[in-house]
Design a protein around this ligand. Sequence first.
Ligand SMILES: [Zn+2]
Length: 239
Amino acid sequence: MPHIYKDEGVVLKTIKLGEADRIVTLFTRQNGKVRAVAKGIRKTKSRFGARLEPFTRTDLVIYKGRNLDTITQADIVTSFDEIRCDYTKLRAGVALLDVVEKITPERERAFPTYALLIGGLRALAEGRPNVVPSFLVKLLSISGYHPQLSSCAGCDQEAVLGAFSPALGGAICEMCWRDAGDSIRMSSADIALMSHLLSSDFGPPAEIGTTIAMTQALRSYAEYHLERPLKTLHGLTAS
Ligand SMILES: [Zn+2]
């Protein structure tokens, strides 16, 4: 096995290590989620500069260590500065990075997830509407948590859908809603849009109430199935 490998990745998060280093979590094209040390990055004259900040897409050279890998080179492909400069985009972007970090196992190659992450950040940078619910529904689907949205997740009938149940696995009908304890009331139009987001590109625009309803329903769904809170998605109101 070679001790040095090249890859490309998006920085999901960084945490301090010791006096001058950071552990950088990246989602990479070839190796999935990778944690690696960036030595000396917190020194003022670090050769890494701002190349390993969250959101940045970078070309990497990584040394494979026995415990943790070490980043030996990083070159910016895209910095996604448009996301950092706008508070609404920044909050939405932080939520995208957080959910990818929490839903993906380490070192499991998943190119569809990588492509979705790049697409989501690009859509956010461009100011496209409905990025967060579009991203969430697609990410859940490709990560093994596909929500049922076109027929009732409770009884499988093609009835009018009027609620969303994380435990039952998607949208449910009026009959099932009476028995489902954890369900969230949603209009059939909002459920239909959520289903449309699953198969379409980012967007289309929707009323702010619809965006919030979809985001919060998908947040509950993700929290239920991942069995952990996704705090960055709480109270998100736009994008
Ligand atoms: Zn039903």
